[in-house]
Design a protein around this ligand. Sequence first.
Ligand code: NAD
Ligand code: DAU
Length: 348
Amino acid sequence: MRNVLITGGAGFIGSNFVRYWLANHPGDRVVNLDALTYAGNLESLKDIESNPNYRFIHGNVCDVDCIEKVFEDEKIDTVVNFAAESHVDRSILGPEVFIKTNIHGTFTLLEAARKFWDKDKTGCRFLHVSTDEVYGSLGPEDPAFTEQTPFAPNSPYSASKAASDHLARAYYHTYDLPVLTTNCSNNYGPYQFPEKLIPLVIINALEGKPLPIYGDGMNIRDWLHVEDHCRGIDVVLDKGCLGETYNIGGCNEWANIDIVKLVCEHLDELRPGNAPKSNLITYIKDRLGHDRRYAIDAGKMKRELDWEPLYTFEKGIEETILWYLDNKEWWARVRDGAYRDYYNRQYR
Ligand code: NAD
Ligand code: DAU
């Protein structure tokens, strides 16, 4: 039985991971620590809140006293660190909180693990969840990012994640802390906050609002279903080599404009209107420093840990669209005042 601390478990990937972990490791105790920022939503975990193996703690990863108390009281032996400011556009509008949460928060957690795991680290694991954005931007013909690709982050968000990855690495090398790091590509699936491209486009199309495309729409991302990401993290925790990093990706590159058109086609079938939804596509000013292309080489995950994505994009995107159609109450409530302020500034 493990005592697993999941930070940021009220966010998109974190909430999917909490649900995944309780279903797949029913003997473990899960402590979800989350500051409940605009992106954290306990309604995403309504179905599991009465599970006796689950506990929620409202806390901030930068709060040393709180984190140390959690480690001590809950006898934490496994950490999966999702807590972060995660949205690139917000990092451009206001980078400071990204530095605090993503760098200082990771440092605080690593320090607590060092303090409490000092004497007996056997069986302990600290998995730091990171992003492919730390590797920077690819040209059209460049090979995909491998674990050896040098870091070249281009946004305040990716720079803060790169810094946290370096800290995680340093704690393994310096203090022998049992650290693992994963760098994953773009996730999609249920419970994603509607500031991110796919849910934003689904919801705007349903509401007849413009579908904002940055620049020429030809920026490329690799897309992975969140459930495949959760399974990848599980496999790395179980069989990964301490101190190593693992790239997790879908081998599924799409230009933004093509994703948006695909979503429109699905919605035209599911919710036919007078005009095709693609009429709502609106090209707007590009994101500052917008990375052109990301692509992940997930060969190490396949070769060493026998992991590969199970979802096809066809199935995953259809299920995701249906989820947003069936869960209007969830996303309508998520879009509170704070989100509306951000939305108005970003798309004014
Ligand atoms: P999210 O924004 O949906 O969720 C982040 C969660 O962290 C929220 O619940 C928020 O309340 C919480 N949080 C923020 N600041 C906190 C703090 N100071 N203390 C405690 N909790 C805090 O993010 P996400 O998309 O679920 O991403 C989760 C992690 O995965 C992040 O570390 C992100 O960098 C990484 N990642 C995301 C993707 C993606 O496509 N979404 C891909 C690769 C890696
Ligand atoms: O690659 C992994 C990263 O994926 C994670 O580390 C981040 O936490 C996550 O937010 C995501 O970052 P992106 O910037 O790639 O995701 P986003 O959904 O914001 O944008 C996807 C692409 O779509 C990107 O090229 C910008 C573009 N875009 C986005 C929005 C919100 C638009 O063209 N219009 C939009 O309105």
